[in-house]
Design a protein. Structure first.
Length: 295
């Protein structure tokens, strides 16, 4: 009798745990890489993914990539849409896996844009020497790493080249800072600048692009290692199937994306190489510039 009662209690606890797991929300981190001020849009997209995955999906928005990465590391997010730069950074132990990559204008690729005010006389990066420059996020590829790499290749640091720099922690706000002439120039994600030209032309059209980077892997969607494999598989399928589903296509249209695709991590190798080379160059450049000042 006692054995029967114990077995029954174990079964009840197991079922209760399974129900709690199935009812608990899947937390999906978003950063400013997603230009979407319409919270109702995000609510409807979360509802769509919930129906496809079979569990509630909850979008968690944070201002910086570091905040989202920390939430992934501590297990408070299952998925996130991040940037190529944080994706390629070395982690020990590794806790991220590539989930999907957005396809934009037919490719899983984008650029970094260096922008200035449309009425400014600046035509190239060199013209911004001694000016005020806006970066988007210290862990953004397009909004920080790329322009830092360009200057490092020219033997410059941010401190030696610009009079002043600051972070907006939002690509759209970087565009706005340049549009309102708070900054002489800025570095932004090409996807977001082009998105703003469609939906906030009063801001974007006050700026113009003076420099385009090579193509980089588009900011990826990632999963945290340790998340149930079935949940990861269903989320991957839900994203991939959006392009073939009428309702899913409405969300892709809202995001101005073609689809979410499955691509290898090697898509981000040029970002990894650029980060490694810049990391090696900066200490030497900083030391060299310090010696020059002391002469």
């Amino acid at each position: 009798m006692h054995r029967f009662i114990i077995a029954a209690l174990v079964l009840v606890c197991t079922l209760s745990s399974a129900r709690a797991e199935s009812a608990s929300p899947i937390r999906f981190g978003l950063t400013p890489v997603v230009v979407q001020e319409n919270l109702r849009f995000l609510d409807r997209w979360a509802e769509h993914l919930s129906n496809k995955v079979g569990r509630p999906v909850e979008f968690v928005r944070r201002r910086s990539y570091r905040e989202i990465t920390d939430l992934l590391k501590t297990g408070r997010l299952e998925f996130a849409w991040i940037c190529g730069y944080p994706f390629v950074q070395k982690r020990d132990p590794e806790f991220l896996a590539l989930l999907a990559v957005p396809v934009y204008k037919g490719e899983p690729l984008y650029h970094s844009f260096i922008i200035v005010h449309r009425d400014s006389p600046f035509a190239k990066l060199e013209d911004l020497r001694g000016g005020v420059f806006a970066f988007s996020d210290p862990e953004s590829n397009s909004g920080f790493l790329y322009p830092q790499s360009v200057l490092a290749n020219q033997g410059e640091t941010l401190e030696s080249f610009f009079r002043q720099t600051f972070f907006t922690f939002n690509h759209a706000e970087t565009v706005e800072a340049v549009a309102e002439q708070v900054a002489d120039g800025g570095a932004v994600d090409s996807y977001i600048w082009e998105y703003l030209r469609l939906f906030r032309p009063e801001i974007a059209e006050k700026t113009r692009v003076i420099m385009r980077s090579p193509k980089f892997g588009f900011p990826p969607l990632v999963s945290r290692l340790g998340v149930d494999a079935g949940v990861v598989s269903r989320m991957k399928s839900a994203l991939a199937e959006m392009a073939d589903d009428p309702k899913g296509r409405t969300f892709l249209e809202g995001l101005k994306l073609d689809r979410f695709g499955d691509f290898p991590p090697s898509l981000f190798d040029n970002i990894r190489h650029m980060a490694n080379e810049t990391r090696k160059a900066l200490p030497w450049l900083a030391s060299a510039n310090k010696r020059k000042k002391n002469r």
